[in-house]
Design a protein around this ligand. Sequence first.
Ligand SMILES: C[S@@+](CC[C@H](N)C(=O)[O-])C[C@H]1O[C@@H](n2cnc3c(N)ncnc32)[C@H](O)[C@@H]1O
Length: 276
Amino acid sequence: MPRPLKELLKDIIGEKAARAVGAFDLIGDIAVIRIPEELRAHSEIIGKTLMKINKNVKSVWAQIGPVEGDFRIRELVHIAGEKRSETIYKENGCIFKVDVTKVFFTPRLSQERKRIADLVSDNETVFNMFAGVGTFSIVIAKKKFAVVHSSEINPHAYNYMVENISLNKLKGMVIPYLNDAAEVAEKLEGKADRVLMPLPEKAIEYYKYAIKTLKNHGFVHIYLHISYPKGSNENDALIKGSDLIPTGKVIYYRVVRQVGPRTVQAVYDVEINKDL
Ligand SMILES: C[S@@+](CC[C@H](N)C(=O)[O-])C[C@H]1O[C@@H](n2cnc3c(N)ncnc32)[C@H](O)[C@@H]1O
């Protein structure tokens, strides 16, 4: 069993520095690692050490800034291996081509994508408002006989989504739009059984558009960032988070992933009954 990265790094850059090296994501044969500013001088050796213990990794990039902007992209610099940012990532029986420098992408939502796909019934019409390279949409359409309308405003992400639909043989099942979700909502008024809102920064603002696209009865899966003060209880914060959701009945919620100190990304499954 190979020693974990931080263990190996202890002998090379010292125990304190090794402890400060952040977590890394494996996306196909590319690794993306968080390296604090004060350790940037060690980037190359950290990247090479990571490649030594993960033989499948061919290229390592360091994340040097937060995920930001409308396209939710993070600033990356190449630190070891091939200088290549495009790769093929496999998950839930699907394949995704992505460029880690040009689009938002995280493997940390794979369980959540499976959970949502399991909730979808055959013959549903789904609207994924913030589709990225098509991750949620493709996992759903691969598992269920459902049409997934998928809007995205980053042209790079949209182009990868189009290619990924072909790679997964889902033409006609995942319908891509290079448009703002609010515009696509106009076209889908009253047509959807389920809406996905995987963008916490815009979810509350766009909630009214999600509701507009739903039939009389349907579901919204809304993703929010929930922060809580030191010493307070995460579950209390999650319950309070449901108060942010303008309409509908929250039927389930859970933490999807940690996104910062005392800040989590949570999903709320909301049932909408327009007749009530
Ligand atoms: C957090 S990412 C989620 C991507 C994808 N669902 C995933 O999990 O891989 C949000 C995506 O929404 C896109 N986006 C931002 N504002 C948008 C809008 N108004 N309409 C459609 N897409 C938007 C961004 O470009 C980004 O790719």
